[in-house]
Design a protein around this ligand. Structure first.
Ligand code: GLY
Length: 331
């Protein structure tokens, strides 16, 4: 899994004119620190992990049929939320230590408008509730029972999903009750998506069932604007995956975007955000965090603590799975 470097090519989606606007050219900034970042033209969709491939395909479908970038990032990650074979996103995710699947999500547009929900149960699409919070309330974040009640009052329908495999894993875990996530397995716990449309507008989304066997009530970075996701329409966007506590403590995605604002290219900005996490946690072992970034000019970047963080990139007719740069080997 760690050495995976497949480059998947998936067929043409959308009109030829749309695809033509999306050809890529190499980065040409000699002042980069870390891995060089490719500069890409036209619409770009970037998502965490391999499940990002299917999410990007949906987002691309939305963009190529004239939809806006906010629709694209919402509908893209919603595909993964509906995939109940996914154990880290949506109602198919792993439960907390009390056996409840609790979900966190957020969304942000190029004007900085944002919506989020945290610690919600029984809703298939927390990302859509997050968007509704953004569009229909004066607030940014609703949590728990209040968020669920608001969702129900606003047309979202709760449902029960019981997956025998998940229940069996939880019952097995209860025997020891030990909280010990495994790097790149139980840590690939999120889909974060950031996108740039043909008009230069940015948006992002992030959704997760959080860490397996977390304390009931625990909320990670994914619904926290500035931690799991940050979009600044003048600069760029970033999202995070991995141990949410480490990302929250460093305001990770905001850090990446702010570093880009001050001139750092996206890969270097992601790398610096990872270095701050490592510096802040010198004894840290086996804790994965990864960042993705898009700068407004179409330059993209990714970096993680450990080898093994991959991400899906969609530009034009090309859909790729890439490996992020990393600071540490995981033994
Ligand atoms: N990064 C997702 C979480 O920590 O819950």
């Amino acid at each position: 899994m760690q050495d995976r470097r497949h480059f998947l090519k998936i067929g043409l989606v959308g009109t030829a004119a749309f695809a033509t606007a999306c050809t890529s050219e190499p980065a040409n900034d000699p002042a980069t620190v870390g891995e060089a970042s490719p500069r890409l033209k036209g619409p770009i969709v970037l998502s965490t992990w391999e499940h990002g491939i299917q999410a990007n395909a949906k987002a691309w479908e939305v963009l190529s049929s004239g939809g806006n970038v906010l629709d694209a990032v919402e509908q893209g990650v919603a595909v993964v939320e509906s995939d109940f074979s996914n154990r880290s996103v949506g109602l198919g995710g792993m439960p907390d230590r009390d056996g409840h699947v609790t979900l966190d999500a957020c969304i942000q547009d190029h004007e900085g408008r944002a919506g989020a929900v945290a610690f919600v149960q029984r809703y298939e699409h927390p990302i859509s509730i997050a968007r509704a919070v953004m569009e229909r309330t004066p607030h940014v974040l609703l949590v728990g029972a209040g968020a669920e009640r608001w969702a129900s009052e606003n047309g979202f329908v709760a449902r029960d999903v019981e997956i025998p495999e998940v229940k069996a894993k939880w019952l097995e875990w209860l025997k020891k009750g030990e909280y010990k996530p495994i790097v790149n397995i139980e840590n690939h716990d999120t889909i974060g998506m950031i996108a740039l449309d043909a008009n230069g507008r940015l948006a992002g989304s992030c959704t997760t069932s959080g860490m397996a066997f977390k304390v009931h009530g625990r909320v990670g970075d994914s619904p926290i604007i500035g931690a799991g996701l940050f979009v600044d329409g003048e600069v760029g966007a970033a999202c995070a995956t991995g141990i949410g506590e480490l990302v929250i403590r460093t305001a990770g995605s905001h850090t990446v975007v702010e570093l880009m604002r001050h001139g750092m290219e996206p890969t270097a900005a992601c790398q610096e955000a990872v270095r701050r996490i490592i510096k802040q946690n010198p004894g840290m072992k086996d804790a994965q965090v990864g960042f993705l970034a898009i700068r407004k000019d179409g330059t993209v970047g990714a970096w993680s603590v450990y080898r093994g963080f991959n991400y899906a990139l969609r530009t034009g007719e090309k859909s790729e799975l890439r490996d992020a740069g990393f600071d540490r080997e995981w033994a």
